[in-house]
Design a protein around this ligand. Structure first.
Ligand SMILES: [Zn+2]
Length: 492
């Protein structure tokens, strides 16, 4: 069993050790390996190498031959990979958002051949990785730059366009890719079995944020129509007026009321999914429903009877307020009749790390907000669950993050990808998300059914899901979270 594997991680015992250990631990959880971290001194003084079959040594060039010999002596003939330690963890930590290595180097190392170019084979059982894989992984996993970059955005969010990393570095879960290559190298040196205990099948975590359930509600529809007229689109305005009257007269179904379609598609796909409901909030951009509304109560019943998951969609102003989140969580739990374990922030508003603390304080076990609003991809360089890290306090947070990969509105509005091209983009992201424990977390709004606002997108989404159905597995966010919790029990 892979979970029996133990890897000893040797690194300096300095103030950055918690950051380095966090990366090693994340690697271990992903690979099903228990990691144990210690310094060269501790090793020389007899720190138990024990059953550790694999050794990773994170060292700067300045550490010299003596410390290397000390490591070799202590671990006696066991496979060792040394990894270059740059100056990233040093005096300039948290002063600038800079990547630990040039982005071209990091990008090249995403491919297997590119990674090989960074590897120097020292002997049969020893190899050296010539770029700072640990700090680079840390930079993405902990969202390091978000602690040092001032941002000005209408909703106080960190956009992909603010990142100093080129957009292409977000098209892949880069950290997973580097870990895969590193693990392969470990296997080569140790003769370890490469079979992983996770299902090697791409997984789609289908999610729905329930923001608005009606497009036309009394004067709301009128206001929309007026604003369309102001934009000078008279034909659109006329047809909106017509549609609004038909809906209000009960002759047409509201375009946002697409839940029956969603249920029917999911049924044909045998795909469970997660619906995030709002439990309050009265900001102008908050939802248009109350959990007491008859239609919402019916929806909740339908969702629960189908075995889907219900999570919380904390309202616009909640992202630094545990009190508000708790209030909304309690309202939702009352409506649902059981504990709710996960959340995604409305508008993806997230103050890192504060929002994780706020969610955790309310007893929530996972969050799935960490995608960029303006670009689909892998914001944490990661596919699947991970433990987030507080860069200032240098501690791991007691909550799970399941990063969002693609939101329908991101493609349709922010990236402005035409519907017919969106399938290809989704398919690429799905392929990229495949890694042990990985997940393509997709956000599909009920409002996408408004074909005037999002022409062709509903069909695109349906087509993408049916086209992938044969080769993927669908799972709820809660299920991934539970699997990850189990994995943490096994590997630490
Ligand atoms: Zn929302």
């Amino acid at each position: 069993m892979m979970s029996d594997s133990v890897c000893l991680c040797v690194r300096a015992n300095d103030e950055f050790a918690p950051c380095v250990d966090y990366v090693f631990r994340t690697f271990g959880r992903w690979a099903g390996i228990t990691t144990k971290c210690c310094s060269v001194e501790e090793l020389a003084q007899g720190a138990p190498v024990g059953e550790a079959g694999l050794i990773l040594a994170y060292r700067s060039e300045g550490e010299g031959a003596e410390s290397w010999q000390a490591i070799e002596k202590a671990v006696r003939n066991k496979p060792i990979i040394s990894i270059k330690r740059s100056n990233f963890f040093g005096p300039s930590f948290l002063l600038a958002p800079d990547l630990p290595e040039p982005s071209a180097t990091l990008e090249e190392a995403v491919s297997s051949e590119g990674f090989r170019k960074q590897v120097q084979r020292l002997s049969e059982k020893q190899a050296h990785i010539g770029f700072d894989l640990i700090a680079s992984a840390f930079w993405f996993l902990a969202r390091y730059e978000e602690y040092v970059t001032a941002t000005a955005e209408a909703h106080n969010r960190f956009l992909a366009s603010f990142s100093i990393a080129p957009p292409s570095l977000y098209d892949q879960p880069v950290v997973n890719r580097w870990f895969e290559h590193c693990e392969r190298l470990l296997n080569e040196l140790s003769g370890r079995d490469s079979s992983c205990y996770f299902l090697p099948k791409p997984r789609i975590v289908l999610t729905h944020d329930v923001d608005l359930i009606k497009k036309y509600r009394g004067m709301m529809g009128v206001r929309r129509t007026i604003s369309a007229m102001m934009r000078g689109d008279a034909r659109e305005a006329t047809s909106e007026i017509r549609m609004a009257s038909l809906v209000l007269a009960g002759l047409r179904r509201d375009p946002y009321d697409s839940f029956d379609e969603i249920f029917s598609i999911k049924e044909r796909l045998s795909a469970p999914s997660t619906f995030y409901f709002m439990g309050g909030g009265d900001a102008p951009l908050d939802g248009d429903y109350s959990l007491d509304d008859q239609r919402v109560r019916e929806l909740v019943m339908q969702i629960l009877s189908r075995g889907d998951e219900i999570g919380l969609h904390p309202s616009y102003e909640t992202f630094h307020s545990p009190e508000k989140i708790l209030e909304e969580l309690q309202a939702l739990e009352k409506a649902v009749g059981h504990h709710v374990i996960g959340a995604r922030q409305h508008y993806l508003r997230f103050d890192l790390p504060e929002t994780w603390y706020a969610l955790g304080q309310c007893g929530l076990r996972y969050d799935t907000s960490l995608g960029f609003p303006d670009r689909a991809g892998f914001r944490c360089g990661w596919s699947g669950c991970l433990r987030p890290f507080d860069v200032e306090k240098r501690i791991e947070l007691p909550i799970i993050e399941l990063p969002l990969v693609a939101m329908d509105i991101t493609l349709a509005v922010y990236e402005n990808v035409p519907a017919e091209k969106a399938v290809e983009r989704l398919a690429r992201l799905l392929d990229a998300s495949e890694t042990p424990g990985g997940a393509f977390v997709l956000l599909w709004h009920n409002t996408l059914h408004d074909s005037r606002a999002y022409p062709g997108y509903w069909d695109t989404m349906e087509y993408f899901l049916f086209a992938s159905a044969g080769t993927v597995e669908f799972a709820t966010a809660a299920r991934l979270c539970e699997e990850f919790e189990l994995r943490m029990v096994k590997t630490g």
